[in-house]
Design a protein around this ligand. Structure first.
Ligand code: PLP
Length: 751
C-alpha cells in the first residue's frame, strides 16, 4: 500500500497530508536500503565499489533529465528544495552584484512557499544587493498577476514563481508567464519552484527559459534529505557549498547515495509507461471528487478555498462552515485521518498567507484544512478514507457540531450542566438545567453559530442571554445571538446587560441565578451567582472580568475603580463558598476551573484583602500600581494575571500508565472533546474496562468539579492527543488540590 499504514492494527491511520511529505514507497525503500548496505560506495572512490556508486549517481542524473525534460543544462543533487532555492538565489544575486539597474527589484509570487521570499530577503541583505523585494499579487483563484510581472520585469534581478502551490494545488500558466517575462527582459533570472509539480504535471524544462528549478524527493515517495536542482545552460552559478569538489565542484560534500538511489527508483517508476504505480490524471480527478462527496455528505456546508479547474487534483483545501479548523483537525486526528491546517510547513501560523493573498475571508484563512494525497494512491485507499470520513457523521451530530438531518431519535443531551466555550482567551458560559432550560453568559460573536447549533440540536430553551458588563474590547453578541436563536429564546423585557427587568432572580428548574452589582473593573460590572434551589449552595459565580484565574480585572481602563473593586470582592467573599467555581470572562492562564479556595491561593492580593493583611486603601494603592505597571507591558486589556506556577508535573510514559491502571483506584481521564473521544476507543487502546475511562474535556472541567465527578482519593492519568491539553488539565486539577494526578507524556501520539 502506498499511502496508508493499513487497517488491521489499532493505530490505523489514513494519511492525507501528502503535500507536507509522503511515505517512502516500499520498492523505493528497498533500493535505499540496498544502497546503504550493498552498493554503499563513495562515488569519488576509484575502486570498483566507488565506480558502481558513481554509475548509480550518473544513471539517476540521466533519469532526472528525462523526467523533467532537461536535455541540456545541469542537474545537481541537493539536500532538498530549500537548498536548491538558496543555490539559485545566491548564484543570481552574486552575478547581479554589479548590475546597472536603477531601482532593482526581486519578484516572487505572493503564494510562494516561505523558503522563497525568506531566502530572497536574507541574501538580498547579506550580499548588500539593496533590491526591493516585491510580492507578485494573485487573483482570487491564486493566479499570478501577469500585468504586475510585466510592469516590473525590466527592473527585476530575479523572478521567482511556482509551478504548483503546496497549500491549494493551484498551478500557474508557465507558458504565458514566460512570454510576459521574456517580452520585457531576456536576461532576468527566472526560478520556478517545481516541488509540488513533480509527478502531477508534465515538465519539459529545456523547452523553456526557466533558469532554475528546485525539486524535493520527500514530496513524491523518496526519502527526506534528497533533492534535485535544474540549472539552465549558461545561467549564473556559484557553488553554494564548497569543499571536496564533488558534483564537478558545483556542490561539494559526499553525495547522499541512498537518497539518490531512492530518486533513481522513483524516476524509473515515473518513466515506465507500463507501471501503474502513479495513477493517470483522470483517475486522480475522480479520487478528488470522491473525497469531496464524502466531505460534503459528512459536514454539509463546506467552502472550498480554490477552484478545482485551476488546481492539480491531489489537493483539497477547504473550511467547514461554522467549525474551526482546530475542531475539524482534532476530530480527524482522533479518527486516524491526518490532514493539515493551511500549510504544515508554516508552523505556528494560525492563518494562511496563501489564502490571504487570494482574498479569502478571515474565516476561510483561519480555518483552512488541507487534504492532499499522492499520485500513487489507489482506489482501495480512497474508498477506505471516504468510509472513515463518513463514519464521523454520527459523532458530529451527537456533539452538536452539525445539525442532524436524520430522522433518528433525539440524540442524548450532552450539554446539561456547565460548558465553557472559548474564543482565544475570552470565555463564554452555557448553563443547561435538567429540563433543558438554559442561560448564556458573556456570549461571543465568533461562537454564535456553534451556540445556535447546540441549542437547536439539543432542543434547549434559552431563558436569558446576559453579559457581566459591557465588554470594552469587543461588541456584545447578545442581540445577534437572540435573533439567531429565534423561537428558542424566551424574550423578556431586559436591561442593558440582558437581565430581565424587575426580576431579582432567574429561576431554572434545579437552580436559581441571582445578580450582584460588583463594580471595579467597570462601573456596570455585575456577577451572577448560580445556586442549587434545594441546598442553596452556590455552585458557580460568573464574575466577568472582576476576577480572572490567577489575577484580578484591570482597573486602569474607563470605568475602572480599585476602591469599588475592593468592596465588590469583599461582598462576593461573603456570598460564595470555597467550593464555588469562579467563571471569569477571560482565562489567560488556561485554568478552565478555579474554585474560590484555589482562586485565593493563586491571587495574593485578593487573599491579603480578604484576610485583612492589607487595608482597603493599601489594596487600592497596590492594585493601581500593578495595573499601571502591567499596562505598559501587557496587551490584555481586561486584566493582568500573574503567571501561575505549574504544579510539579508527574509525567508518565505509556507502559507505566498501563501498569498503573491495574490499580483499582486509578482512572484514565480523556481531556479531549467528546467528538474526539467518540472517534476512538481508549478502553481498547489501554486494554482497560470502559468504566476506567472518563471523558472530561477542558470545556467541561468546571462542570466535572461541581458535579463531584472526581474523587481526591483516586489517582488520575490524564491523556489527550499530544500531551498538551492533558498537561493543562493536570495542572488545573493540581491547583484544585488533587494530589494524585499524572500526565501521559506525549499523549496518544506516543502510545
Ligand atoms: N517549495 C514548496 C512548494 C514546498 O512545498 C516545500 C516543502 O514544503 C519546499 C519548497 C521546501 O522543500 P524541502 O522540504 O525539500 O526543503
Amino acid at each position: 500500500m502506498a499511502n496508508f499504514y493499513l487497517p488491521d492494527d489499532a493505530n490505523q491511520q489514513i494519511y492525507l497530508d501528502a503535500n507536507a511529505t509522503t511515505p517512502v514507497l516500499p520498492e523505493i525503500a528497498d533500493v535505499v536500503s540496498h544502497t546503504m548496505q550493498v552498493c554503499f560506495g563513495n562515488p569519488s572512490s576509484s575502486h570498483i565499489t566507488g565506480i558502481q556508486a558513481k554509475h548509480l549517481l550518473e544513471q539517476t542524473r540521466n533519469k532526472a533529465r528525462e523526467v523533467i525534460g532537461a536535455t541540456d543544462g545541469d542537474i545537481l543533487f541537493t539536500s532538498g528544495a530549500t537548498e536548491g532555492i538558496q543555490t539559485a538565489v545566491v548564484s543570481t544575486l552574486i552575478a547581479a552584484k554589479n548590475h546597472q539597474i536603477e531601482n532593482p527589484v526581486l519578484l516572487y509570487g505572493a503564494t510562494e512557499h516561505k523558503a522563497v521570499p525568506n531566502t530572497l530577503k536574507h541574501w538580498n541583505s547579506v550580499l548588500d544587493i539593496n533590491a526591493q523585494v516585491l510580492a507578485i499579487p494573485v487573483d482570487k483563484n491564486g493566479i499570478l498577476d501577469h500585468e504586475f510581472i510585466r510592469k516590473h520585469a525590466a527592473n527585476a534581478l530575479m523572478i521567482c514563481t511556482m509551478a504548483v502551490n503546496n497549500e491549494t494545488g493551484v498551478f500557474q500558466d508557465l507558458t504565458t508567464i514566460e512570454q510576459v517575462i521574456r517580452s520585457e527582459n531576456n536576461n532576468v533570472a527566472w526560478m520556478v519552484d517545481c516541488v509540488q509539480a513533480l509527478g502531477k504535471t508534465n515538465l519539459a524544462l529545456s523547452q523553456t527559459t526557466i533558469d532554475y528549478a528546485p525539486f524535493s524527493g520527500h514530496k513524491l515517495y523518496a526519502p527526506k534529505g534528497i533533492g534535485v536542482l535544474y540549472i539552465r545552460k549558461g545561467s549564473a552559478y556559484t557553488p553554494f557549498i564548497a569543499g571536496g569538489g564533488q558534483e564537478s565542484g558545483m556542490r561539494s560534500g559526499t553525495e547522499n547515495l541512498p537518497g539518490i538511489a531512492g530518486l533513481n527508483k522513483l524516476f524509473s517508476l515515473l518513466l515506465d509507461k507500463q507501471n501503474q504505480t502513479f495513477k493517470p490524471i483522470e483517475q486522480l480527478h475522480a479520487f478528488r471528487e470522491q473525497l469531496l462527496a464524502a466531505l460534503t455528505d459528512t459536514f454539509g456546508s463546506i467552502t472550498f478555498n480554490h477552484s478545482f479547474e485551476h488546481s492539480v487534483p491531489t489537493t483539497l483545501n477547504f473550511a467547514v462552515n461554522e467549525l474551526t479548523s482546530k475542531e475539524v483537525m482534532d476530530l480527524f486526528d482522533a479518527a486516524g485521518i491526518r490532514v493539515s491546517g493551511g500549510s504544515a510547513c508554516s508552523s505556528g501560523a494560525n492563518r494562511s498567507f496563501v489564502l490571504d493573498a487570494m482574498g479569502a475571508s478571515d474565516w476561510q484563512s483561519e480555518n483552512a484544512i488541507r487534504m492532499s494525497f499522492g499520485p500513487a494512491v489507489n482506489q482501495q485507499e480512497i474508498d477506505f478514507a471516504c468510509d472513515k470520513i463518513r463514519s464521523l457523521k454520527p459523532i458530529l451530530e451527537a456533539n452538536c457540531l452539525v445539525v442532524s438531518d436524520s430522522t433518528s431519535p433525539q440524540h442524548e443531551v450532552c450539554a446539561i450542566g456547565l460548558t465553557q466555550l472559548r474564543h482565544q482567551a475570552a470565555c463564554c458560559w452555557l448553563y443547561v438545567d435538567s429540563d433543558k432550560s438554559a442561560v448564556v453568559i458573556d456570549p461571543i460573536i465568533e461562537l454564535i453559530p456553534r451556540m445556535a447549533k447546540i441549542v437547536a440540536t439539543q432542543g434547549l430553551t434559552v431563558k436569558a442571554i446576559i453579559d457581566t458588563h459591557n465588554h470594552q474590547e469587543r461588541l456584545s453578541a447578545r442581540c445577534l445571538l437572540s435573533k439567531e436563536l429565534a423561537e428558542r429564546y424566551v424574550a423578556n423585557e431586559i436591561d442593558e446587560l440582558g437581565w430581565p427587568k424587575d426580576s431579582a432572580t432567574i429561576e431554572l428548574s434545579d437552580a436559581r441565578l441571582t445578580k450582584v452589582a460588583t463594580p471595579g473593573h467597570s462601573d456596570d460590572s455585575v456577577s451572577y451567582l448560580l445556586s442549587d434551589t434545594q441546598s442553596g449552595d452556590i455552585s458557580y459565580c460568573f464574575c466577568g472580568d472582576l476576577i480572572l484565574p490567577g489575577g484580578l480585572g484591570n482597573t486602569a481602563i474607563t470605568g475602572g475603580d480599585a476602591a469599588k473593586m475592593a468592596q465588590s470582592l469583599k461582598q462576593l467573599a461573603m456570598a460564595v463558598q470555597d467550593s464555588t467555581v469562579i467563571c471569569s470572562g477571560h482565562d489567560y492562564q488556561q485554568c478552565f476551573a478555579m474554585d474560590w479556595h484555589a482562586q485565593k491561593a493563586t491571587t495574593p492580593l485578593l487573599a491579603q484583602l480578604l484576610s485583612e493583611l492589607v487595608s482597603d486603601d493599601e489594596f487600592v494603592e497596590l492594585k493601581q500600581q500593578a495595573d499601571e505597571q502591567k499596562h505598559t507591558v501587557s496587551h490584555s486589556l481586561c486584566g493582568y494575571v500573574e503567571t501561575l506556577e505549574s504544579a510539579p508535573m508527574k509525567q508518565l510514559v505509556a507502559t507505566d500508565a498501563k501498569s498503573m491502571l491495574d490499580d483499582k483506584a486509578t482512572y484514565l481521564i480523556d481531556t479531549r472533546e467528546p467528538y474526539e473521544h467518540g472517534a476512538n476507543n481508549l478502553a481498547e487502546l489501554f486494554t482497560v474496562a470502559e468504566s476506567k475511562v472518563i471523558n472530561i474535556p477542558l470545556s467541561r472541567m468546571a462542570n466535572a468539579i461541581v458535579q463531584g465527578q472526581l474523587d481526591k482519593a483516586h489517582s488520575y492519568i490524564l491523556v489527550c492527543r499530544s500531551g498538551n491539553r492533558s498537561k493543562q488539565a493536570a495542572n488545573n486539577l493540581s491547583q484544585l488540590g488533587f494530589e494524585n494526578v499524572y500526565n501521559l507524556n506525549g499523549g496518544l501520539a506516543l502510545l
